[in-house]
Design a protein around this ligand. Sequence first.
Ligand code: AP5
Ligand code: MG
Length: 213
Amino acid sequence: MRVILLGPPGVGKGTQAQFLMDELKAIQLSTGDLLRAEVRAATELGTKAKEFMDAGKLVPDDVILGMIGRKMQDLGDKAVIFDGFPRTVPQAEGLDKLMESLNMKVDKAIELTVDDEVVVKRLSSRRSCPQCGAVFNLLFAPPKQDDVCDKCGHVGLIQRDDDKEDTIRNRLKVYHDQTAPLSNYYNTQGKLVQVEGDGTIEEVRDRVLAVVK
Ligand code: AP5
Ligand code: MG
């Protein structure tokens, strides 16, 4: 099964992708995580992408499609959760073409919805582990021990550079302008399922899993 997770920044795409991976024995392809890995490795792509990411803007479509194209070549028949991709209509069209060339198709696009103010609250309090990537929230999903990763024990959780309030608001604007039209794109294909993203992580998980079961 190939599932796209759509929705604004901070709605919980990464959080819910973890549950879907367990349920579907799938791998997660998060363009945000892939880009942050390029930034950390200081590659040419990462250096170029960082300027866009820090400003809360989208990285150009050709860069994203090139990156995803390379990842998709090695997928075989694995189930995939796309997290944060596609984000524009040209990216969605590019993914459809790529899928066709590999004899695959998108099965569902699950759109998580939530109000903008919930996003600002969640993202201002998000922390993540620089070692294993685990995501926490100081208000809603705190680590068991202050500043220590529950998963790998690393000491020192970090705040993402783009989780400052000004940048969060830019990301929301970009989302409404450029990514929200994808609901219509997948609705027209009969693949869109909207899921309420407000509520506890477990409540949202149960709604999301009900869609794929
Ligand atoms: P990306 O990393 O994809 O960021 P995003 O879409 O803005 O989404 P986030 O990762 O911030 O949020 P999320 O929905 O995953 O929420 P999470 O589960 O962490 O992209 C970053 C940047 O990279 C972009 O701005 C752009 O520059 C670039 N980029 C990436 N992909 C691109 C593309 N395809 N094209 C062009 N550019 C691209 O949850 C958030 C917080 O809330 C956490 O702390 C979590 O613990 C908490 N939480 C989750 N669910 C709940 C709940 N139900 N209740 C309370 N708290 C919750
Ligand atoms: Mg994410």
